[in-house]
Every structure is written in C-alpha cells, then in structure tokens.
Design a protein around this ligand. Structure first.
Ligand SMILES: Nc1ncnc2c1ncn2[C@@H]1O[C@H](COP(=O)(O)OP(=O)(O)O)[C@@H](O)[C@H]1O
Ligand SMILES: [Mg+2]
Length: 360
C-alpha cells in the first residue's frame, strides 16, 4: 500500500467541449446553451458540463449513466488522458490540469492504475508476465516484482494460472489478471471504466465480490464506471448519475433509491430490491428522549432486508434501532420494514431527512 496518506479527488466546475474551438463556447454553455444547440448551431460536442464531484480517500465512487452520457470522458480527466476545456481536477490537493509533462508522467505511474473493459492483456505474455509488466516499466527488481505479482494473483484467485496465456483464459479470468496488474502497481487511485460490463452476469457478480473484499484491505480511492444500476448500488459508497454530460444526482445508494431526483432516475430505480439498499434508520420512528425500551436491538446501517430476517424470529414484532455505541435511536415495526420493501415512496421518503440526521 502507498505509504503517504492519500487525500482523495476533487473535481470542480469541469467542462469539456469537443471541437476545433472549444474555449469559444464555454461562456455560452455556462449560460445555458444545451448540448443539442451547441451541436446544431456550432458543430461542437458538449462532453461535460459543470461537473462537481468530491471523492473522499479510500471510498468507491461510482459514475453511472447510459452510453454517451460522458462517463469515459469524466474518468479520463482524472489522469488527464483528456484535457478539460475549463475546471480543475485535484488529486491529493494537486491540480492535475496544471501539471507539466514530467509531473504528469510521474503522477500517472505512481498515483493511478486503470482497469479496462477490454482487458488489454498482452497476448504473447503469460499471466505472470502480464501482471509484472507495469512493475518492469517502473524498474522494479525482478525478484521483488515476481513477489508482488504473485501475491496479487493469489489474492484475485489466480494461483496456479501464472503460466497460462490470455487466450487460454475465460473473460472473467482475464479481468482478474487486469485487476491483479492494476493492484500490483500500488497506486492509491484505481480507475475502472466499465471494467465488468463485458462479463456474464454471474461472473460479474463474482468480480464485484472480489473487488469489495479486496477494497476492505487496500482502501484505495476507486472510481468505477458502469451503466448498470445494480452494480452501482452494490459497489458505490457514493454514486453520481450522468446524463448528457451533466451530473443529475449524486449520493449514496439509499439516497438515490429513496429520493430519485427526477423521473428518469425514478424509472431506473423502479425495479431495484429496496430491502437491500435502504437502512433501518430511514424507516424507524425516531425516539428523541425517554427511557430506552427493551427488546431486540438492530444496529443503524442494517439493511431492511436483514432487519426483516432478524425480526421474524423475534416474538415482539418490533425492535429498537441503536447506534453502534448502543444508544437507542428509534423504534421499528415489522410492518414499517415490510412497507419499505414495496416499490413505493410511501412511508419512507417523508421521514427520511429527519431520521437520517438523528442516526448519522
Ligand atoms: N474525441 C471526441 N470528439 C468528439 N466527441 C466526443 C469525443 N469523445 C467523446 N465524445 C462525445 O462525448 C459524449 C460522451 O462520450 P463518452 O464519455 O464516451 O460517453 P460514455 O462513456 O458515457 O458512453 C458523447 O456524445 C460522445 O459522442
Ligand atoms: Mg464509456
């Protein structure tokens, strides 16, 4: 793991306009010129408009949106594979946009690693040699590089496959190599652009589990791009939803499921298993003072689905929601939990703001 404390990523007022004379249109875009107007009247493409996203160190930020919404454009600004038309991208407090060539090269090599959808493995190198590639480029001593690579290959479940070639591996296994290679590099920022989008659903879920497991240990700042809502909700500590180059909502999984910013997002979240996303404290009746009642205690942060499971074996039919230190925050009934799992806003959204502030 990188030794210095990594401070996260801050993207402020980022604009990207594609075309021969992009800076000429920043003003107009800031004043409200739409993507369609910019395209029709001026022949330029609005890639990103006024993006503001702050990603704390060690968290997983998901960027979600349909194809063409600007996800790749956004993630490529973080290691400046794309230069912005306006705005700043602070990584660990340093503006990537202002770096010179040398600084940028060092930054990319030491601070960032990427995992791609098309695994980008070298076909004539075996698994070990593919994993080691970046370490070689960095000039790491061979024995040490093998050591590091073997450790990560084992961690992603590829022990015993070191000598195989990419064409002898399934898509899921190739993506594990891609992940091991990125992790070997030991950079604090991991950029994953639709890394799992080409995988079959079951393998994809496996890979999400691998990533979540490893993240508990490595605590990198991960920017994960997907067009899949279930993947976003499962992986994201924070989620930003893009449409036509704009962030139309950001928040936690629960924020997005409970309070979709508009019909477009509401439509996305309609089919979601709410019980896995919503936490008990969003459903409970808050208790501000008074004697703590007896009964089953459920810790804040527990999902509704899990709480239902706990409550169904409790005779009382209701439970206390407690903080991690054991302080009672509120009461929750089986009925409240059950209604929260149904696909409707009722009974949850109205109480959400006040209860969250109590619980968190
Ligand atoms: N180099 C480019 N030149 C012109 N337009 C581009 C370029 N790269 C991306 N775009 C446009 O920017 C928008 C966002 O693209 P992209 O970031 O690739 O979306 P996503 O990754 O969400 O599918 C699209 O309208 C796309 O056509
Ligand atoms: Mg893309």
């Amino acid at each position: 793991m990188a030794e210095h404390r990594f401070g996260g990523i801050k993207i402020h007022h980022l604009y990207k306009i594609f075309g021969p004379n992009p800076t000429a249109y920043v003003d107009a875009v800031q004043k409200g010129l739409t993507k369609a107007e910019l395209n029709e009247k001026h022949g330029h493409v609005l890639g990103l408009r006024d993006i503001n996203v702050e990603i704390p160190s060690g968290r997983i930020q998901v960027i979600m949106g349909l194809s063409g919404s600007g996800k790749s454009t956004l993630i490529r600004h973080i290691n400046r594979l794309i230069d912005p038309t306006a705005g700043e991208v602070l990584v660990d407090g340093v503006d990537v946009v202002k770096m010179n060539e040398t600084e940028l090269r060092t930054f990319r090599r030491q601070q960032t690693a990427m995992v791609f959808q098309k695994f980008a493995l070298l076909p004539h190198r075996n698994v070990l040699e593919n994993t080691i590639f970046g370490l070689e480029v960095q000039g790491m001593e061979r024995a040490k590089a093998v050591d590091v690579a073997m450790r990560w290959l084992e961690r992603v479940g590829l022990k015993g496959f070191e000598q195989r070639y990419p064409n002898q591996l399934s898509g899921g296994m190739q993506q594990r190599v891609g992940l091991a290679r990125a992790l070997s590099n030991d950079a604090p920022v991991l950029l994953m652009d639709e890394a799992y989008s080409a995988l079959d659903p079951l393998i994809r879920t496996d890979m999400q589990t691998v990533l979540l497991d490893i993240q508990k240990e490595i605590k990198k700042t991960i920017v994960f791009i997907t067009h899949d809502l279930d993947e976003a909700l499962r992986l994201g500590d924070q989620i930003a939803i893009l449409r036509d180059g704009e962030v139309i909502q950001q928040g936690t999984s629960q924020d997005i499921v409970l309070r979709p910013a508009d019909d477009y997002i509401a439509n996305f979240v309609k089919e979601v298993n709410r019980g896995r996303v919503i936490h008990v404290e969003a459903v409970m009746t808050p208790l501000h003072s008074g004697a703590a009642p007896v009964g089953l205690a459920i810790v804040a942060g527990t999902t509704v689905e899990e709480a239902v499971r706990m409550l169904s074996s409790a005779p009382e039919g209701d439970a206390r929601v407690v903080s991690p230190s054991g302080e009672t925050l509120g009461l929750v009934t089986f009925r409240q939990l059950a209604s929260a799992m149904v696909n409707s806003q009722e009974g949850v959204a109205a109480r959400h703001d006040s209860t969250l502030s109590v619980a968190l």
